[in-house]
Design a protein around this ligand. Structure first.
Ligand SMILES: *Cc1c(COP(=O)(O)O)cnc(C)c1O
Length: 399
């Protein structure tokens, strides 16, 4: 029995998907973004649950992620959002992944790779990415003429879609998003004048999906909402979402200690009274206590960060993580270790083996932590990874 594991409720994921579907503009479909192992939940399991619920389109960042989904029996459209390389193309084409193209130079190269008579499919379906304000990948709107010329020469490259990605939709910066949308529209208009009309247009991520129903077009690309989160402040309550994710650990060591006991590296925690210290087999190597570092959003956020660091200078650690034990909020005592964490459980009635719920951020949770999948009240499967990247559960082995 593992000491730390994650329970994923696939009914909740499907419920969130159905909520999205309910709010789609007529004619639009949901493309489920299952990149980064479905934001940590497990791409294979999430994609299968969504496919069973009728989802026909999926998106990932990398070719490797798309290949895994195909090998595991996902039959729908799979779009690779990120840049891809020449070496990956033959495998991507064989698996009938749809690719994003963002650079003029790749069109002739892609056409050449596809024309290889050895290939089973000599056609690749692509989506054109337009750079409108994200500053990451995509064709500049001024490149449309050159793009049309390059495409006209590439008979093996079939354009099926065109899209862009919003940089500030989650911050609800309407002006910025409108600017991006206008540049996208102008690019399409120019391409159409030049005789290129992609079938599908798509622009919305979770935030834009909620704020701009008139921009749903043919697909909305949804990740965050499917995993039960809102994309930012001010969105909560817009859908009836549920959280499919619970991370759990169990007490593996328990000891009563006197007042004044120092705990952990740097002894940043000292018990204030006689208490029980419990040890959990989870740490920052599992992703516990980790979060991506973001620049402060506004002055209040900035002041909070300053205050926190200032207090730490004097040995006062604000914002320590808390865990849930039998419905009670319990403090982490001292620094989170690499694979062990101490919690101060006071005189709460507890025992070795008791389960504790831990706040573990999905996208940084170590993939080696076992995931247990539940659907329709039943344990569906368990995913255990040994060597870091690929599942070893025979059902999902990917040799
Ligand atoms: C991640 C991603 C999405 C999904 O965004 P959410 O806000 O998580 O729904 C959509 N489009 C692109 C290009 C992405 O990279």
């Amino acid at each position: 029995m593992s000491g730390t594991w994650i329970e994923v409720d696939l009914d909740a994921v499907v419920g969130n998907y159905q909520e999205v579907i309910k709010h789609l503009h007529p004619g639009a479909r949901c493309m489920a973004v299952v990149k980064a192992d479905a934001y940590g939940l497990g791409a294979i399991e999430v994609a299968h649950a969504l496919a069973r619920a009728g989802c026909e389109a999926f998106a990932v960042t990398r070719v490797e992620e798309g290949l895994i989904l195909r090998e595991q029996g996902i039959e729908g459209l799979i779009l690779v959002l990120g840049p891809t390389s020449k070496e990956e193309w033959p495998r991507a084409i064989a698996a009938q992944l749809q690719l994003t193209i963002s650079a003029l130079s790749s069109i002739a190269d892609l056409d050449e790779v596809c024309s290889d008579p050895e290939l089973e499919f000599q056609q690749v379906q692509v989506h054109l990415k337009i750079e409108t304000g994200m500053g990451r990948t995509g064709f500049q709107p001024v490149e449309m003429d050159a793009l049309a010329i390059a495409l006209a020469k590439a008979s093996h490259v079939q354009v099926v879609g065109i899209y862009t990605h919003f940089a500030r939709a989650a911050q609800r910066d309407r002006r910025y998003s409108l600017g991006q949308y206008e540049r996208f529209r102008a690019s399409i208009a120019r391409l159409e004048e030049l005789g290129i009309s992609p079938v599908w247009k798509h622009v919305c991520n979770s935030a834009a999906f909620l704020d701009y129903p008139e921009w749903h077009h043919d697909f909305v690309r949804i990740g965050t909402l499917l995993i039960g989160h809102y994309p930012g402040q001010g969105f909560s309550g817009k859908l009836n979402l549920s959280d499919p994710w619970v991370a759990k650990s169990r007490i593996v060591h328990l000891r009563t200690v006197p007042k004044g006991t120092d705990v952990g590296y740097q002894s940043i925690y000292r018990t204030k009274a006689i208490t029980q210290l419990a040890v959990l087999p989870v740490g920052y190597a599992d992703g516990f206590g980790l979060a991506p570092h973001f620049a402060p959003q506004g002055w209040i956020d900035f002041l909070k960060i300053v205050l926190k660091n200032f207090a730490a200078l004097f040995g006062i650690f604000l914002g320590q993580e808390r865990v849930d034990l039998k419905g009670r909020r319990v403090r982490v005592a001292g620094k989170i270790g690499m694979q062990l964490t101490v919690i101060d459980v006071g005189m709460l009635d507890c025992a070795l083996g008791d389960e504790v719920q831990i706040p573990l951020r999905r996208t940084v949770a170590n993939p080696r932590i076992p995931r247990r999948y539940r659907q329709e009240g039943q344990m569906l499967s368990e995913r255990i990874m040994k060597e870091g990247v690929l599942p070893v559960n025979p059902e999902y082995s990917l040799q």
